[in-house]
Design a protein around this ligand. Structure first.
Ligand code: ADP
Ligand code: MG
Length: 346
């Protein structure tokens, strides 16, 4: 399935100040195609045009020169074809820093987020959109090359052992959003919305001082929505089975794999939205929580809260329930016409 749909997953209601003859706040919007998805960036304020220009450049560089699995010139491509040789990076290079974050989150999620699934994703054909269902034997062999134990990171030197290869598709867009945020802050921007194909960052507040309102799409009908979240300075990231999948013999196979089985995760969830202060974490946690299922996701949230890493969740179960965590009691407004049952968790 094409990623264009992903751009529709979350809609930002950027209600502008155009009521009754008032002038709209100065803003510029740009649509960028990068990281295999459609991105919509809006920046408010005087520097908007220049800030968007450098944001777009940064996204293309990140994609083509660093993180792409398939572009032969990318740093990730070179690392994945390094045949067990150690690759040294510079102190300010992005790739080793991102790998370190990915390993930390993999550890924190007990391996539910696993950045070493590259060969398994390839076997399912998700990397190049040439889909097929691998045999159980094939998956078993491939899984013997996965796991973060096969990634050795020494400061900025990375060695992939035992035929391991990295796929950072579950964290790259969130990490990119973190980098864009830092860049925008440096340029003096205080108000912006970045939608990197389902990974949304709302920077600061709307120019009228209010919160942003973000519609969370209904996974069963992307024309409809589950509800609206009010937020400021937050990352809102959704992982769902409706984003990328194929069907064979009447069975639907989606792109979020359970690292234990190598098969599409069947956890009782159809969609997970994470809200938190950090883009890379929001992105990777949405993938991990999808794999863990409702009970595992809520237990992980408690665990990480104990360690000072707070995040909120909107979980959609395969039996039509929407569960949302206590930090969203005031911030999430359910759409009563959606047909779902809503449960605010205490
Ligand atoms: P999307 O990128 O479509 O917004 P996700 O953030 O959930 O959705 O990332 C899914 C991508 O992450 C897959 O396309 C694949 O590249 C990678 N992936 C799949 N399963 C896992 C997993 N268990 N852990 C880490 N990455 C995964
Ligand atoms: Mg993710």
């Amino acid at each position: 399935m094409k990623r264009q749909l992903a751009a529709l997953l979350l809609t930002i209601f950027a209600l502008s100040l155009t009521a009754c003859g008032e002038t709209a706040a100065e803003s510029e919007t740009r649509t960028v195609y990068a990281m295999d998805t459609v991105m919509n960036l809006t920046v408010y304020g005087e520097n908007a045009a220049a800030a968007l220009e450098s944001a777009e450049k940064e996204l293309h560089t990140l994609d083509e020169a660093v993180l792409s699995r398939t572009a032969e010139g990318s740093e990730l491509y070179a690392l994945n074809t390094s045949n067990g040789e150690t690759v040294e990076y510079g102190a300010d290079d992005i790739l080793p820093a991102l790998i370190e974050t990915a390993l930390t989150i993999s550890d924190a999620t007990d391996g539910a987020f696993d950045p070493t699934l590259a060969p398994v994703l390839d076997a399912w054909g998700f990397t190049k959109d040439e889909h097929r269902v691998p045999s159980a034997d094939e998956l078993k062999e491939l899984l013997s090359h996965t796991g973060c134990g096969k990634v050795a990171l020494e400061k900025t030197a990375v060695t992939l052992l035992d035929g391991a290869q990295l796929d950072l598709g579950g964290i790259a867009k969130g990490y990119a959003a973190d980098l864009l945020r830092a860049q925008l802050e440096k340029e003096g921007v205080t108000s912006a919305t970045l939608d990197l194909g389902g990974d949304v960052f709302v920077m600061g507040r709307k120019t009228d001082g209010g919160d942003w309102r973000i519609a969370v799409k209904d996974p069963a009908d992307t024309e409809s929505y589950l509800g609206v979240v009010s937020a400021a300075d937050k990352f809102i990231v959704t992982s769902g089975v409706y984003e990328r999948y194929f069907e064979e013999n009447g069975v639907r196979y989606h792109h979020i794999l359970d690292p234990k089985t190598g098969c599409p995760a069947e956890s009782g969830l159809v969609s997970v939205t994470v809200l938190c202060e950090n883009g890379a974490w929001a992105d990777a946690l949405s993938t991990a929580c999808f794999v863990l299922g409702p009970d595992g996701a809520l237990a992980l949230r408690d665990d990480l809260a104990d360690q000072g890493a707070d995040f909120e969740l909107i979980l959609v179960t395969d039996d039509g329930r929407v569960l949302y965590t206590d930090g969203l009691t005031d911030a999430f407004t359910p759409n009563d016409e959606s047909g779902y049952t809503y449960e605010a968790l205490a």
